[in-house]
Design a protein around this ligand. Structure first.
Ligand code: FES
Length: 498
């Protein structure tokens, strides 16, 4: 049995375990259905699957034994890896058939109580499991049937080995927008050439937009998970008067094209040190921790996680169904909501702003956990004050906060001056409103940067002499202060320590 055969033969088994095992109870009837499917292949459209599915019976015994004794735990990443592997092993002409057959297996298993193609209602957990698999199959087995009729060429095989986006600038196409709550939308993107996204859970992406003929850069944390790398999602709350959030809502829809800088950010889940996690989020701060939760679900269902989400009302709770699904599948995941606004009498969760009492109530073993927090600046400050009062070890604390104005709206006059980059020993001209960062780049001086919009803090530089001006507020900043090079300019000669 060669490896390629085994991969295609394993797929039906994995799909069976994923769907039937979704409610932690694989019934004899489901096993029987699966055996009927792999023993009698008249339903199979793919000639390659027909040829290989008989191997599934042989492999099944071993995998089933390992599954039962707990030495084999299936997660969606295993299935994705198999899908990725088979994708370029079979002729494009048969890929649609393979895809149809795999989806049919899922459906048959889920409907098994009504017979192979029965009509009984699918349980919620199996329905959710099907959604995950359908998404994986649809996202992974993508092929351009109009241009690729035959076996992949040598060039195509090379492209397949380099399927991740590595460029600094990424062209995106929107493939859908989901309304999550009244004022929160999730925007789903693919890379324009179907390359896979490469980022870490918790990072952000910076869109380069043109709004009302003005260039605007805006960073949003990514809510999707890097373990499902075909799709990148951002979940954005529309802010009253917010230029970009409202523009996104009214201008971005299926088929819209955007440009973005590749993902960046230091707020990432540290797998090597985190054994028990406490996620704390407020408002749209849920997005990076949701990305972490999704990826942990895919790769480590046994992580001990407490997720504490603060929101105003029940209507403002985002991703509720999905989180409930994870709660059922991840035995050590505990989820708490604390509502700060009005709530129904029947509300059984926490109420009020998070304080020492609520934190300890949610996580009795708070001091044993690594905390990952994301929310508005004020929320972050108040939680930090609580943690200080509880003598929490801040080595185990990671955060990202947001707030303040991130839009660059310099209205001053265009002025020519000089920038001295003292460490690099380079002098360059700057014409406001050019940013200090852009000036440095055109002079060949390297300043680390990521979002270029004042959100990530990676472009800090010290002003040694002269005054710089904030492109956001127009305020002058004195020398000896540290400023963000991406959102400051200069209207007089300035010396920077870089
Ligand atoms: S590059 Fe992110 S703050 Fe300047």
């Amino acid at each position: 049995m060669n490896n390629n055969n085994e991969q295609l033969a394993r797929l039906p088994i994995y799909l069976f375990l994923w769907i039937a095992g979704a409610d932690d109870d694989i019934s004899p009837k489901e096993i029987e259905t699966f055996h009927r499917l792999i023993d009698k292949t008249s339903w199979c459209k793919s000639r390659y699957l027909i040829e290989h599915v008989n191997l599934s019976s042989q492999i099944f015994k071993t995998v089933w034994k390992q599954y039962q004794d707990g030495s084999f735990k299936l997660n969606s990443l295993d299935i994705r890896i198999l899908l990725e592997k088979i994708k370029f092993q079979y002729p494009i002409s048969d890929c649609q058939n393979i895809k149809d057959d795999l989806l049919l297996i899922c459906e048959a298993i889920a409907k098994t109580d009504g017979g192979i193609f029965g009509i009984n209602t699918i349980s919620t957990s199996e329905a959710n499991a099907i959604i995950v698999i359908e998404t994986l199959i649809n996202e992974t087995l993508i092929f351009q049937s109009d241009t690729r009729k035959n076996e992949p060429s040598q060039i195509e095989r090379q492209i397949s080995s380099d399927r991740f986006c590595s460029a600094e600038s990424i062209d995106l196409i929107c493939i859908g927008v989901n309304q999550e709550t009244n004022d929160i939308h999730t925007f789903r993107f693919k890379e324009i050439n179907n390359r896979l996204f490469d980022y870490q859970a918790g990072q952000f992406i910076t869109f380069n937009l043109m709004i009302d003929s003005k260039k605007v850069s805006r960073s949003y944390t990514i809510s999707s998970t890097p373990t499902r790398p075909d799709i990148l999602e951002v979940t954005i709350k529309s802010i009253e008067g917010g230029l970009v959030s409202n523009w996104m809502k009214s201008h971005i829809h299926q088929g819209s094209k955007l440009n973005a800088k590749k993902a960046a950010g230091e707020f990432i889940f540290n797998h090597s040190i985190t054994k028990k996690a406490l996620f704390i989020s407020a408002g749209s701060g849920i997005t990076p921790v949701m990305s972490m939760l999704r990826s942990l679900y895919d790769i480590n269902r046994n992580m001990d996680i407490i997720f504490l989400n603060s929101c105003r009302t029940e209507k403002d709770i985002v991703f509720k169904d999905e989180i409930n699904f994870y709660s059922k599948k991840m035995p050590l995941l505990k989820f708490h909501y604390s509502l700060t606004g009005q709530c129904r009498k029947s509300w059984k969760g926490m109420t009020g702003r998070l304080n020492a009492e609520l934190l300890q109530q949610a996580a009795i073993d708070l001091h044993d956990r690594h905390i990952y927090l994301c929310g508005p600046d004020k929320f972050k400050d108040s939680i930090e004050a609580v943690l200080k009062s509880l003598n929490f070890n801040f080595d185990n604390y990671f955060y990202e906060s947001f707030g303040g104005n991130t839009e660059i709206t310099f209205n001053g006059e265009s002025t020519l001056s000089k920038i001295i980059f003292n460490i690099s020993d380079i002098v360059a001209n700057i014409t406001s409103p050019q940013s200090l960062l852009e000036c440095a780049e055109s002079a060949g001086v390297s300043i680390p940067n990521a979002c270029r919009a004042g959100a990530c803090g990676s472009c800090k530089v010290k002003v040694v002499s002269g005054k710089v001006i904030s492109l956001k507020s127009g305020k002058k900043v004195d020398s000896q202060d540290t400023v963000l090079a991406c959102c400051h300019t200069s209207v007089e000669d300035v010396e920077l320590e870089v």
